[in-house]
Design a protein around this ligand. Structure first.
Ligand code: IVH
Length: 653
C-alpha cells in the first residue's frame, strides 16, 4: 500500500467506525474491518513517520504513571438546577417566561454518566478534560481517544468545545460486573460510577476495553452561527457525534410534560441510564440574555425522573440453590417502591460480596433498580448502624436438602445431585425460553409435578399422561391438554436448543449454537482439540463439555431419541481436490446461474468470494468478463475459463 492508499484506508476505517459506533448501522462485517485495520497497522509499522493523527490505531495509547495533569476549560462548565414534578416545571416556566416570553424549548435526555469537555482545534481533537470544578479538570486526552464515538478529527476548523456525557450502556455494565465477579474484583455500584472510573484509568487500554460511549449535549467555546440550539446540535451530530435516542423542540407546559412522560415511560428500554430530561431554551440570543446565576444557567433545567436508588433495610438473607448446585444469597428487604415497582429482594451476587461490602442483617442500604434486572445493593450505610445489626454467617449445609456444602470461597455448592432444588431448577431451565421454550411449564407446575412424584428427570416429562395431570391440583382438561401439546411441540427443535437444554456448565446459548453449527449431533464425539478449535470455546468450556458427555452419554442419547432435534445443514468434509479450502471469485456470464456454480464449488470445500484480492486463489470467468478479470491477471491470480474448471472437476471423478 502506498501513502495515498494508506490515507484512503484510514478514511474508510473511520467511515466504518462512524457507522458502527455512532449510527449503530454497520456498513460491513467485523472481519472486513479487522482486515483493513491490520493492513493500516502494518503500513504504520513500516512508516512510523507517516502515521495519520486520525488513524484508528492512534486510539490505543500509553499509560500515564503519575496521574493526570490539570487543564482549564476554555469556558466554564455549568451544572443544572433540578426540578422533580409538574409543579416545579410550572414555577420554572413562569420564572423563565418572565425573562423572555417569546421562547421555545429543546428537550433531550439527561444522561447518567460522567461529563466531559472535548476541545477541537484546526479540526483535531486536542484535549479531553473532565468536568473537575467546572473551571479546571483533569486532562485525560489519551483515554478519551479510545472512545469510538468520539471523532479524532472533525470537519470544522475553528476552535470548538463540545460537551457531553460519557456513559456505559446497561448491558455493558452488567458484562463488566460479571467479569469482575468472576475475577473476584469489587463490583461497580452503577453505570455512572463505572463510566467515571473507566475514564480516569491510568492505563488507557483499560478504558478502551470498557466500551464507553460519548453523547454530546452542548458546546462551550464556539463560533457557530446557528441561532437555535436545536440547529447547533444538528450541526454537532453532522460532525460525527452520536444522537440521543429522543430529542425534540417544543413549546409550553403541556408539550414539555408530554415529552417528559414519554421519556420516563421508555427509560428502561434505552441502552443507557437516564436520570431525567434536560429542558433548554432553544433561542441562543435569549440564552445569552438570561445568563447564569452563580451556579447554573437560567435558560436550562433538569427535570428529574423518580429515583431508581432508594434506601431500605435488610430483613433477612435467603439462599437459593440453582440447577448446578450453586447456592446464591438474596437479600430480603423492607418492601420499597422504586419508580412504581415494589422491590422486596435484592441480589447479593455471592458470599465474597457480602463480606467485601460488610453487609449485615438489619443494615440500612442503598438499592438500585435499573431495567428489568434484579435490584442490587450498592452501598451499606454504616454510619446508620445502631448496634442491632449482626454479621451474616455463611451456611455450611444446603438449605434445601441439608447436605454439606462445598465452600469454594465466593461460591458455595450443594453437591447432592438429587437435591430437590437442583432437580426442580434443572427441569425449569430445560423448559425455559432459550432452551426448549415449553409453554405452560413454569416454576409452579414443575414444582407440582415433582412433588407429586410424576417427574424426576426431564425424560419423565415426555411420558406424562393426561390422567396423571388431571389428578394434580389446578389441572383441568384444557390445561392438561395444552401442556401435553407444548411438550409434543418441543420435538423436532433446533439442535442448538437441545444442546442448551442439557444445562452443561459454562455452555450457554451462544456456545450451544457454535457447537451445533460445528458438530451437529457429533458434538458428543468431539475431542478437546476440536472443541478448542471453535470460536469462543475456551479451556474451561471444553473441559465442561467433555466431562458432561462422559457422565451423561446415555441420558443425552435417550433425550435425543425422544426429541429428534433438527441438525443444522452441514457439508460433509470435501475430499481432496484443487478447489478445497481455496478462495474463488466468479465473473462473467456462465452456462449456469452464479448460484449453481457457487453451490458446486462450495460442495468441493471452496470459499466463494465477491471480490478479487491478493488472497484470491482462482478466478473463474465466463463470457464478457470485465474488471475482475483484469485485476486478477494483474495480481497474478490463476484465471480459469468455466470449461477448464468443469474439466478439472470431471477429472476428479
Ligand atoms: S446541560 C449549560 N444536558 O448533568 C448546562 N447536562 O446536572 C450544562 N448532563 O454536569 C449541562 N445530560 O454532566 C446538560 N442533556 C444534558 C445532560 C447533562 C447529562 C449532566 C452534565 C452536567 C450535569 C448537570
Amino acid at each position: 500500500m502506498d501513502y495515498n492508499q494508506y490515507l484512503q484506508a484510514v478514511e474508510q476505517l473511520n467511515l466504518y467506525a462512524y457507522h458502527y459506533y455512532v449510527l449503530d448501522d454497520p456498513l460491513t462485517t467485523d472481519e472486513v474491518y479487522d482486515r483493513l485495520y491490520h493492513e493500516v497497522l502494518q503500513y504504520e509499522q513500516n512508516n512510523q513517520d507517516k502515521i495519520a493523527q486520525n488513524s484508528p490505531t492512534q486510539r490505543v495509547g500509553d499509560s500515564v504513571s503519575e496521574g493526570f495533569f490539570k487543564a482549564p476549560h476554555l469556558t466554564r462548565m455549568w451544572s443544572l438546577e433540578d426540578i422533580f414534578d409538574a409543579e416545579g416545571l410550572e414555577k420554572w416556566l413562569a420564572k423563565t417566561y418572565k425573562l423572555d416570553s417569546n421562547i421555545t424549548f429543546y428537550c433531550e435526555p439527561k444522561f447518567d454518566g460522567a461529563s466531559l469537555n472535548l476541545i477541537y482545534q484546526n479540526g483535531e481533537l486536542t484535549q479531553g478534560i473532565t468536568r473537575g470544578d467546572g473551571t479546571i479538570g483533569e486532562l485525560i486526552t489519551q483515554n478519551v481517544k479510545t472512545i469510538r464515538s468520539i471523532p479524532l478529527r472533525i470537519a470544522h476548523t475553528d476552535t470548538l468545545e463540545i460537551r457531553g456525557e460519557v456513559v456505559i450502556f446497561k448491558e455493558e455494565f452488567e458484562r463488566i460486573n460479571q467479569e469482575r465477579l468472576k475475577n473476584g474484583e469489587a463490583l461497580f455500584a452503577n453505570p455512572r460510577n463505572a463510566a467515571a472510573g473507566s475514564l480516569r484509568q491510568l492505563d488507557s487500554s483499560i478504558t478502551a476495553a470498557r466500551n464507553l460511549v460519548f453523547l454530546p449535549y452542548g458546546v462551550g467555546e464556539n463560533s457557530l452561527p446557528q441561532k437555535l440550539l436545536s440547529q447547533k446540535m444538528e450541526y454537532i451530530y453532522s460532525l460525527g457525534f452520536k444522537k440521543p435516542p429522543l430529542h425534540a423542540t417544543c413549546q409550553g407546559f403541556e408539550e414539555i410534560e408530554s415529552i417528559y412522560e414519554k421519556m420516563k415511560e421508555d427509560r428502561d428500554s434505552y441502552a443507557m441510564m437516564l436520570d431525567g430530561m434536560v429542558i433548554k431554551v432553544n433561542e441562543i440570543a435569549a440564552q445569552i440574555d438570561m445568563g447564569y446565576t452563580v451556579k447554573v444557567p437560567r435558560f436550562s433545567v433538569a427535570y428529574k425522573f423518580p429515583a431508581v436508588e432508594k434506601i431500605t433495610t435488610i430483613k433477612d438473607i435467603l439462599l437459593q440453590v440453582g440447577r448446578s448446585g450453586a447456592v446464591t444469597p438474596v437479600a430480603l428487604v423492607e418492601p420499597t417502591d422504586i419508580d412504581g415497582v415494589v422491590v422486596e429482594r435484592a441480589t447479593l451476587h455471592n458470599f465474597d460480596e457480602i463480606e467485601r461490602k460488610d453487609i449485615r442483617l438489619g443494615d440500612r442500604v442503598i438499592i438500585l433498580r435499573s431495567g428489568d434486572v434484579i435490584p442490587k445493593i450498592i452501598k451499606v450505610l454504616e454510619h446508620e448502624r445502631d448496634g442491632e445489626q449482626h454479621p451474616y454467617m455463611r451456611p455450611t449445609s444446603c438449605p434445601v436438602c441439608g447436605s454439606e456444602l462445598l465452600d469454594e470461597g465466593a461460591l458455595l455448592k450443594c453437591q447432592n445431585l438429587e437435591c430437590n432444588a437442583r432437580v426442580v431448577n434443572s427441569i425449569i431451565y430445560f423448559a425455559s425460553k432459550p432452551c426448549l421454550n415449553i409453554d405452560g411449564l413454569g416454576e409452579k407446575i414443575v414444582e407440582a409435578l415433582y412433588q407429586a412424584g410424576l417427574v424426576h428427570t426431564v425424560i419423565d416429562l415426555f411420558s406424562l399422561t393426561k390422567e396423571q395431570l388431571l389428578r394434580l391440583e389446578g389441572f383441568k382438561e384444557k390445561k392438561a391438554q395444552n401442556l401435553l401439546e407444548s411438550l409434543e411441540k418441543a420435538k423436532g427443535c433446533d439442535y442448538w436448543r437441545f444442546i442448551n437444554s442439557l444445562g452443561i456448565e459454562h455452555i450457554g446459548e451462544v456456545a450451544s449454537k457454535t457447537l451445533s453449527e460445528t458438530f451437529g449431533a457429533g458434538f458428543v464425539d468431539a475431542n478437546k482439540e476440536q472443541l478448542l478449535g471453535c470460536d469462543g470455546i475456551g479451556e474451561e468450556m471444553a473441559e465442561s463439555v467433555l466431562e458432561f458427555v462422559r457422565v451423561n452419554k446415555e441420558t443425552i442419547a435417550k433425550l435425543e431419541s425422544i426429541l429428534e432435534p433438527k441438525e443444522p445443514l452441514m457439508r460433509e468434509e470435501a475430499k481432496e481436490n484443487p478447489f478445497k479450502a481455496k478462495t474463488v471469485v466468479l465473473t462473467g456470464t456462465m452456462s449456469e446461474s452464479r448460484g449453481a456454480i457457487k453451490e458446486l464449488l462450495e460442495s468441493l470445500g471452496a470459499k466463494v468470494s465477491g471480490s478479487v484480492s491478493k488472497k484470491t486463489n482462482f478466478l473463474i470467468y465466463g463470457e464478457d468478463a470485465g474488471s475482475k478479470y483484469d485485476k486478477a491477471m494483474g495480481l497474478g491470480v490463476v484465471c480459469l475459463q468455466e470449461s477448464e474448471m468443469r474439466k478439472m472437476i470431471e477429472e476428479l471423478a
